[in-house]
Design a protein around this ligand. Structure first.
Ligand code: GLU
Length: 557
């Protein structure tokens, strides 16, 4: 039996040859410099910030260069499959403004480089595994779990590298030993389970000086010096399904990906990928290994974001809390490119797409994620969204995630006015951060949610009823801001409070307090809180009837 006969024995009937696939998926006809990128999530149902972070890189690179960005579902690990995960992935990414040109969609695949779901590509992987087998670059390996365990023990005892590589699997050199060749043939014919391994050309356990190295371009990290692989890695598992390594190489070649953006956790497997590309005679893509998302942990040290400890790692967190996708996008761009913030300050109104994103400006040492910073960015982003648009967006959020706030959306004009409060001042108020926080922030505008949260200031608590009575009696909804405040000053003076805080500061013995204490009583009666935007402006939005009834209620309490 020669290599070709072995490959035929293993994969007797495949519909196409490797050459045919090459012809079916030709080089893409794209303008010079256009980048082809892909996102390859596993359908585990958990789509996280790291995926989104990578997706922004993919999306920007492709769309800035007039290229193509596609979605490939990497479901070769069938144990991890979760129902509806694909829909969740597509939905979440779309929500954050990530749109694909090609690949898996909720209505099937689009594009001519598919199928885009790895589990549907079995014949393609087998065809290329067959090619490697036929060229003597791969071999079927029948080692059982027990045999592998005992190899491992031996390796430990000998203090040599673990794994299956030259010298450890007898099946590697089947062609040099007739008895093993016969055993292989017989086992295949008997349908015994086996994996297909790459027959690595690397030298096992070479010293650092002797190890061959490959120059690989990484657009984030610069030129990498990648050591030669010597492991006979599995390319096709017992189940017939390819490993990540093999699927990555075959798919990214046939789908003509130019830039592979993926997490830095893949860096250690790069030697394998380099050898696989070489074995198949293909050019390497340009890699962009992105830094891990880190946060400052409880102990003040940087640590990786963890699924278990950090709810903010899950994209669902942002949707549930009601972060506006533009805010999340804006924030991720600030951590993705070190010069983004500067650009944003110079171009406050520009669309984020106008920013020239580059992989060189990406951090390679761990991108620091900070929820407080996201909140700051969000405040600013929301300031640039018109109130009525924001209202519509909030309603959609509430419909999906927080129907308990339905009362907020009964009068959309009222809501838009509330959201617009203080946003056109010389120094605009930036109080709005994310939907749940906004619901709380504006809750006093709605009787359904109004509650008194703060206490009257001690200086004026005893006079609260008198203050509110006098205020109610003199209340004229048509007063302008100046007239309105003059009346508060009058009430303050009449009841023994300084009309100006500084007078009180100078002679505290002459007064019970100052006008600020008096107006805080009014503020608490109306809004339930000691802090709020401008009271006069709030009253104008609430309307006269609501103002009067809040005051009455506070007096009669
Ligand atoms: N399916 C891989 C993952 O979820 C994708 C890695 C890649 O982009 O190559 O980690």
């Amino acid at each position: 039996m020669n290599y070709a006969e072995l490959s035929e024995l293993i994969y007797p009937s495949l519909p196409h040859t490797a050459e045919e696939y090459e012809a079916m998926y030709p080089a893409r006809d794209l303008p010079e410099g256009a980048m082809v990128t892909r996102l390859g999530p596993s359908p585990t149902g958990f789509i996280h910030l790291g995926n989104l972070y990578g997706a922004f890189v993919d999306e920007r690179l492709a769309h800035q260069s007039g290229g193509v960005f596609f979605l490939r579902i990497e479901d070769t690990d069938d144990k991890r499959y979760v129902e509806n995960a694909v829909e969740t992935i597509i939905g979440s990414l779309k929500f954050f403004g990530i749109n694909f040109d090609e690949g898996v969609t909720s209505d099937g695949d689009i594009g001519s480089y598919g199928d885009y779901t790895q589990s549907h590509r079995g014949e393609i992987y087998r065809t290329f595994a067959k090619k490697l087998l036929a060229e003597g670059k791969a071999y079927p390996c029948f080692l059982s779990e027990e045999e592998i365990a005992s190899i491992r023990e031996k390796q430990e005892a000998e203090k040599t590298s673990p794994g299956i590589y030259a010298g450890w699997s007898k099946y590697r050199d089947w062609d040099k030993d007739e008895a093993i060749a016969a055993e292989v043939e017989q086992k295949i014919k008997a349908g015994e389970p086996f994996v297909v391994r790459l027959k690595s050309c690397g030298v096992p356990n070479a010293s650092a000086e002797e190890t061959k190295r490959h120059a690989v371009i990484d657009a984030v990290r610069g030129e990498l010096s990648v050591p030669d692989n010597f492991q006979d890695v599995i390319i096709i598992k017992q189940t017939g399904i390819p490993t990540y390594h093999f699927a990555h190489v075959v798919d990214d070649h046939l789908m003509r990906t130019t830039h592979v953006v993926r997490g830095e956790e893949w860096l250690p497997s790069l030697p394998i990928h380099v050898e696989l590309f070489e074995a198949l005679g293909w050019d390497l893509p340009i890699y962009c290994h992105t830094a891990q998302l880190m946060k400052i942990g409880e102990d003040g040290n940087k640590r990786k974001l963890s699924k278990r400890k950090d709810p903010e790692l899950s994209l669902d967190f942002y949707r549930n809390e009601g972060y506006h996708p533009e805010a999340v996008r804006e924030y991720l761009l600030t951590i993705l490119n070190s010069n983004y913030e500067e650009w944003r300050i110079e171009n406050p109104e520009a669309d984020a797409e106008e920013f020239k994103f580059t992989t060189e400006k990406m951090s390679s040492s761990g991108a620091l994620f900070d929820l407080d910073k996201l909140n700051d960015v969000s405040k600013n982003t929301l300031l640039h969204i018109e109130a009525d648009k924001l209202a519509t967006w909030l309603k959609a959020w509430s419909d999906e995630f927080a129907p308990e706030y339905a009362y907020v959306f009964e009068d959309m004009d009222y809501l838009a006015k509330i959201l617009d409060l203080g946003r056109h001042d010389a120094r605009p108020r930036a109080d709005l951060v994310y939907a749940r926080q906004i619901m709380d922030f504006i809750s006093y505008f709605f009787d359904e949610a109004f509650k008194v949260e703060d206490e009257y200031p001690a200086e004026a608590a005893d006079d609260a009823d008198k203050i509110l009575r006098a205020y109610l009696d003199s209340y004229d909804h048509s007063d302008d801001n100046g007239q309105w405040f003059d009346k508060i000053r009058e009430i303050a003076t009449e009841l023994g409070y300084a009309a100006k805080p500084k007078d009180y500061k100078k002679h505290p013995e002459d007064y019970k307090g100052h006008v600020g204490h008096v107006s805080t009583v009014i503020r608490i009666a109306l809004m339930g809180r000691a802090q709020s935007p401008d009271v006069w402006a709030i009253q104008q939005i609430m309307g006269e009837e609501a103002v009067r009834s809040r005051l009455e209620a506070a007096i009669n309490k």
